[in-house]
Unconditional design. Structure first.
Length: 169
């Protein structure tokens, strides 16, 4: 009887050791390890498609929330910007992809309104353009910082950020 229990015990230990060794071999190591979380709950894409309130014939213009939550319009001097329209809109109610400020990590390309120097803070200008932060009193929304100098109506490369309200007194 003791011999039977000894053999069963040795077989059980052998099988357990084999299974443990197989488990150790199959574990993910280093780059294979994936940690998952509940990231889908509040995820917002950096580029989102909106409908336009009116046509505009240029790309990379600054837009604001339009007549409804799913519409955009060209941003003006005193408006709160939403992002940059990556497409042209041939007519009202057209689809346009908008790179929203504060969500995308890449550099951006806008249209200059006036001369812009490298390092200038950028705020919305007229008709969706970008201009330097004025020294005149007023409330402005900084959308980024110029990486390179640009002349009037030229493309301006800039580092975008979430719109930051700046009150100049």
């Amino acid at each position: 009887m003791n011999l039977f229990f000894l053999i069963v015990s040795l077989l059980t230990v052998g099988i357990a050791c084999t299974l443990y060794a197989a488990w150790l071999d199959s574990r993910p190591r280093g780059g294979k390890l994936v940690a998952l979380g509940n990231v889908g709950e509040g995820f917002q894409p950096a580029v989102k498609t909106y409908l336009t309130d009116a046509a505009f014939a240029s790309r990379n213009l600054c837009v604001k929330i339009g007549s409804a939550a799913d519409h955009v319009a060209l941003c003006g001097v005193g408006d709160i910007p939403l992002g940059l329209a990556l497409d042209e809109a041939s007519a009202a109610e057209g689809d346009v992809a908008v790179a929203r400020f504060g969500l995308h990590r890449d550099g951006a390309l806008g249209v200059a309104s006036g001369a812009i120097a490298a390092g200038d803070y950028l705020v919305p200008g007229a008709n969706g353009t970008l201009r330097t932060l004025p020294v005149a009193a007023g409330t402005y929304h900084i959308v980024g910082r110029a990486e390179k100098a640009a002349a009037n109506t030229d493309p301006v490369e800039f580092i975008p950020c979430f719109p930051i309200q700046r009150i100049v007194t």
